[in-house]
Write a protein that binds this ligand. Structure first.
Ligand code: PEP
Ligand code: MN
Length: 338
């Protein structure tokens, strides 16, 4: 249920409604819009009398939330959310956020070099996995805490926010200590305990869509994070599994307008995992921006042929710089900047 407050209501009026919601054993979620404040009451209301709330001072009306997802839905928050990524960068505003860097942190030289080059080309944040979710247990698993330290060093040198993957609950404190944004990977989208643990931190979460998850399941996963008190969630489409084999994953860009309709959360596209081929990355990045994406997360490696992970889908810093130039031409056509 959404409680729509009258314009001009005071903070005390809102707090009174919050208290009534909590007294009914429901979760409250206050959204202050430019025009109106609304308070969502989340939980099972079937046997509750909501009359007291309807009659509270400065309550305009109560509207049921129809979508299965609540706090992630556009019904609850009609205005798009601008989410902080750390280091002054945001995603969801007019400026398209570009997150770039290697698939995995491999060495100090590699990560610092990429960070400096993507920063010079105009990136807003640095990506890089220290803990890698590998399908094959004999593949490189990441440098662990050492990798996190190298990412923090790259942040110190460039001012870029750091986006890195969190794979399990026992890593939450360690990863949150070094990272600005916690990435939850496609394989963990359904790991509800991990989602809740990330929701208890004060770090922004970049949530990737499970490779076989529906849009509704994706938004419900985001809801697990928000319900723990962390409103800073960025959605990321990284491709889904289909029968098609000439790409690693099929990248469904139609999710961009769909998310814009269904949710207030920003949507970022990963054309690297989304295609699996570096030659496809520039075209799909441009298509994503043209389709209204709020950001991109792109794998960039100084020497893709010797990358320890995902070299085939990684572009070079020079290719990234050219891509940024072309995005600067496309963004104004959709009323955005890069
Ligand atoms: C990655 O970003 O390198 C990664 C492993 O992503 P995903 O979870 O989308 O496979
Ligand atoms: Mn990768």
């Amino acid at each position: 249920m959404i409680v729509v407050m009258r314009s001009g209501c005071s903070k005390a009026d809102v707090q009174h409604v919050v208290k009534l919601i909590q007294e009914l054993g429901l979760k409250d979620h206050v959204i202050e819009g430019t025009d109106r404040t609304v308070v969502a009451a989340i939980g099972d209301k079937r046997h509750l009398d909501m009359g007291a709330i309807e009659n509270a001072p400065m309550v305009d009306r109560m509207v049921p939330i129809l979508a299965p997802y609540k706090v992630a839905s556009r019904e609850v928050s009609p205005e798009p959310s601008v989410i902080p990524m750390g280091q002054g960068a945001t995603v969801g505003g007019k400026k398209i956020a570009v997150i770039a860097g290697p698939c995995s942190v491999e060495s100090e030289k590699q990560v610092i070099e990429v960070a400096q080059k993507v920063k010079a080309a105009g990136a807003d944040a640095l990506r890089g996995g220290a803990f890698k979710p590998r399908t094959n247990p004999y593949d490189f698993q990441g440098l662990g805490e050492e990798g996190l330290k190298l990412l923090a060093k790259a942040r110190d040198e460039t001012g870029l926010a750091v986006v890195t993957e969190l794979m399990s609950i026992d890593q939450v404190d360690m990863v949150a200590e070094y990272a600005d944004v916690l990435q939850i990977g496609t394989r963990n989208m359904h790991n509800f305990n991990l989602l809740m643990a990330a929701g208890k931190t004060d770090r922004t979460v970049l949530l990737k869509r499970g490779w076989s998850a529906t849009l509704a399941e994706f938004l419900l996963a985001a809801e697990y994070i928000i319900n723990e008190g962390n409103k800073n969630v960025i959605l990321c489409e990284r491709g889904i599994r289909t029968h098609e084999s000439y790409v690693r994953n099929t990248l469904p860009l139609a999710i961009i307008p769909a998310i814009k309709r269904e949710s207030h959360l920003p949507i970022v596209i990963d054309p690297s995992q989304g295609t699996g081929h570096s030659y496809m990355v520039p075209a799909m990045s441009r298509a994503a921006v043209a389709a209204g994406a709020d950001g991109l997360i792109i794998e960039v490696h100084p020497d893709p042929q010797h990358a320890l992970t995902d070299g085939g889908q990684s572009i070079t810093p020079d290719q990234f710089s050219d891509l940024m130039d072309s995005l600067r031409q496309i963004a104004p056509a959709v009323d955005r900047t890069v």
